[in-house]
Design a protein around this ligand. Sequence first.
Ligand code: ADE
Length: 427
Amino acid sequence: MPVLERTDALRGDVKDRSLAEMGHSRIAWAAAYMPVLGQIRERFAREKPLAGVRIGACLHVTTETANLMLALQAGGAEIALCASNPLSTQDDVAAALCEYDIPTYAIKAEDEKTYYRHIESVIATKPHMSMDDGCDLVTTIYTKHNHLLADMIGGCEETTTGVIRLKAMQKDGVLPYPVVAVNNALTKHMFDNRYGTGQSTLDGIIRATNVLLAGHTVVVVGYGWCGRGVASRAAGMGAHVVVTEVDPRKAIEAVMDGYRVMPMNDAAKIGDIFVTVTGNYHVVREEHFRLMKDGALVCNSGHFNDELDLDAIERLSDGRKTAPRAFVEQYEMHDGRKICILAQGRLINLAAGEGHPAAVMDMSFANQGMSAAYLAKNHRNLEKKVYDVPIEIDEEVAQLKLASMGVDIDILSAEQVKYMASWSEGT
Ligand code: ADE
């Protein structure tokens, strides 16, 4: 790893600059688990594919994101960073990044006003490119800073929810520039969403509560890539897993994966721990809170906290709540039942834990870095559309990851390539 140069240009807004040393140490620890991103960083340092490009980034401010920022910077980019969630920032990392001349505007547990002020601070750097996790930068630039669009070349989006919002913008004819849907790369969602969310969600729940999963009923609300990961990891720890779904195809998959599938009104009565991972709105709401057992733990691992109807639980309890532990709010219902909401319904894995492990973010952020370089090179040929990550990038990320793990695979023979391209061979 090249030695990092520190700078005195300490722009940004962070909780406590004196946390920087701890941040540097933890960023270096994560780097050791991110060999693919490390190689891209070295390549970027040689080739400077982002020279002169200002990037505005709105991402979870973690040790893994810090390594992405350093790779982009090695590629010649000038970067400003803010948080993509008010509760996901690691304050030591934010402090450390400012010392690398990456102005960072992020404070863990910032209120909504500060969250948006920080987004505005990033936009004030007049980015040429946005890098989002949830699409808040694109929508803020589009709705409030139209005058910047003339100089903008494109954007990258990290997560499913962001891609859904971008596609809605494209459908309405208001997508302001081309955006690469990093989430759609196979080497992103098949690993980050499944194994990353699977492990880090349970980690967040356990850190917040120290609850035993074995023998308890975990209700996984939504069986997309994240839901599959949470369900398999919970089952691996001995939980009885119940899945709720609205898509009949995913519901069959959950059944054949060995889980009980039922409507939320039934699951609500038997669950000990509820995890939402749908990307949708109010999937746990008043009618469900009314049915839950005393002591139920309810959390969300989807992008936005509105998967839970938090107004409903406030209403049902008249706001009677205590905070027995960090990231736990225990509401007392009128009938005496107590229900706990974890991390105010925000992403439990990033709020109470540290998010996905570096080894899986390695592939997600390798895709981010290479997609940014792709945009810088090709933006003139792209339309105002949502684009998938080019398959060449996706495959290269997989090859590099396999090589870093010491895993070799077969290659097709010339005869096999010909066979796969022909229609003439029959029975
Ligand atoms: N999203 C989920 N986990 C993350 C992490 N560790 N860093 C950045 N974004 C994430």
